[in-house]
Design a protein around this ligand. Structure first.
Ligand SMILES: [Mn+2]
Length: 349
C-alpha cells in the first residue's frame, strides 16, 4: 500500500495534539494493518501507551499487533494481551511476517532506533509511514510523523490526549487502566517535576472510566518476589554516599544478582531510594548485566541536575533530565572510578 502522506513534521506548538490527531486520522483512513513498537525492556509507560493504542485501533477496526523487542518483566505481564503482542526476541519470523503486511508503524516511548535493538534492522527495510510519539530528550529524526514532547511526563499522557481527540467514546476501562499505569509509573506516582495540572485532570477523566487505581497500584508496586526483596536489601546496603557532591550510588554485582535469582525488571525502582537521603541530588545504580556483558547504569536526579546530559557525555546513554540510563564496557571497579571522577567534574561545571 502506498501512502501519499510522508511529510516530515515535528509538531511542537500548542495545537500540537489537534494537528497531530488530524494528520493521524488521515493516515489511519487508508491503513488496515497497524504495528506498534516500543523500546527494549519495556516499562509500564511503554506497555501502557502501546496496549492502550493497540486496543483503541482494534476497536477502530484495524488489525493491530504490538511488537516488543524482548519480553516484559514478570511483574508487568498482566498488562499484556497475548493475542496481540509478539516478542521479537522469541518469535522473529512472526515479527517479520507482520511487519511485511503492515501499512503503518507506530513507535512509542523511544526516540532513537538504538532503543529497539535488533528489531531496528527489520524495520529499516519496511517502507511504510513511521509515526513516533515520545517524551524523551534529543529525538533522532527517522519518522514520517513525529510528536516529540520532552516536557510531558509520560508517553501514556500523550497517547490519552491523542485518542481522546480521535474518538473519546472508544476509551474504555481497559484503555484507561493502561494509560493510568503508564502515567503512574513515569511520574513516580505523581511526584516528578513534569507532573502537571493536566496530568491530574487526565487522571480525573480516567476515573470516569471506572478504573480501579488501588488494584493497579497493587499489581505494579506490591508484586515483589521474596527474592527481589532480598536483592533490594543488598542494593540498599551497598549504597555509598559522596556527601560533598550530594551523590549516592549503589552497585549490584553478578554474584549479588545470581544469589537472588535475578530476572529482568527485578531492579526497577531500586535507584530511586538514593534520592531519599537528605541533601542527595543524584542517585545511581550500577548493575553487572550477565546477559549483555556490560555494566548497566541508571541515573536519577532532582531539579536542576541534568543526568540526561551526564549519561550522554560519560556513559553512552541518555533519557530525561531527571531520569536517564547508560552503560559501560569496563569492569565494575573501573566504571566506579570513572563515575566518581566524572560526576565530580560534571557537577563542578
Ligand atoms: Mn516513558
Amino acid at each position: 500500500m502506498i501512502f501519499k502522506y510522508y511529510a516530515k513534521s515535528l509538531v511542537s506548538l500548542n495545537n500540537m495534539y489537534l494537528e497531530f490527531s488530524q494528520k493521524l486520522k488521515k493516515i489511519l483512513q487508508d491503513a488496515t494493518n497497524c504495528i506498534i513498537v516500543t523500546h527494549k525492556n519495556p516499562d509500564a509507560d511503554a506497555l501502557g501507551s502501546s496496549m492502550a493504542l493497540c486496543r483503541f485501533l482494534v476497536k477502530l477496526g484495524k488489525k493491530t499487533k504490538v511488537i516488543l523487542p524482548n519480553s516484559p518483566p514478570d511483574y508487568l505481564k498482566w498488562m499484556i494481551d497475548k493475542n496481540n503482542v509478539i516478542s521479537h526476541e522469541k518469535s522473529s519470523e512472526k515479527t517479520k511476517k507482520y511487519l511485511l503486511k503492515s501499512d503503518v508503524i507506530f513507535g512509542l516511548d523511544f526516540n532513537s532506533l538504538k532503543r529497539i535493538g535488533n528489531l531496528n534492522k527489520e524495520i529499516e527495510n519496511i517502507n511504510v509511514p513511521i509515526i513516533m510519539i515520545d517524551h524523551h530528550e534529543s529525538p533522532e529524526s527517522f519518522s514520517s510523523l513525529f510528536l516529540s514532547r520532552p516536557n510531558i511526563g509520560s508517553t501514556s499522557e500523550m497517547i490519552y490526549n491523542i485518542l481522546k481527540l480521535i474518538n473519546d467514546r472508544l476509551i474504555d476501562k481497559e484503555i484507561a487502566t493502561y494509560i493510568y499505569s503508564g502515567i503512574l509509573t513515569d511520574t513516580g506516582s505523581f511526584r516528578y517535576p513534569l507532573t502537571s495540572g493536566t496530568t491530574h485532570y487526565i487522571i480525573s477523566e480516567l476515573f470516569k472510566k471506572n478504573i480501579n487505581h488501588t488494584d493497579i497500584h497493587k499489581k505494579i508496586y506490591d508484586n515483589f518476589s521474596f527474592e527481589r526483596i532480598h536483592l533490594l536489601a543488598v542494593a540498599l546496603k551497598n549504597f555509598k554516599l559522596l556527601q560533598k557532591l550530594g551523590v549516592a550510588y549503589t552497585i549490584l554485582s553478578k554474584e549479588n544478582l545470581e544469589k537472588y535469582n535475578f530476572k529482568k525488571g527485578d531492579t526497577e525502582g531500586f535507584v530511586n531510594f538514593g534520592l531519599q537521603i537528605k541533601d542527595v541530588q543524584v542517585s545511581v545504580i550500577f548493575i553487572e548485566d550477565v546477559y549483555e556483558g556490560i555494566i548497566k547504569i541508571s541515573f536519577r536526579s532532582k531539579e536542576r541536575v541534568d543526568v540526561n546530559k551526564f549519561a550522554k557525555k560519560y556513559f553512552n546513554g541518555g533519557g530525561h533530565k531527571n531520569a536517564s540510563g547508560g552503560f559501560s564496557n569496563d569492569s565494575i571497579k573501573k566504571t566506579e572510578k570513572k563515575f566518581i571522577s566524572s560526576i565530580e567534574e560534571f557537577l563542578r561545571l
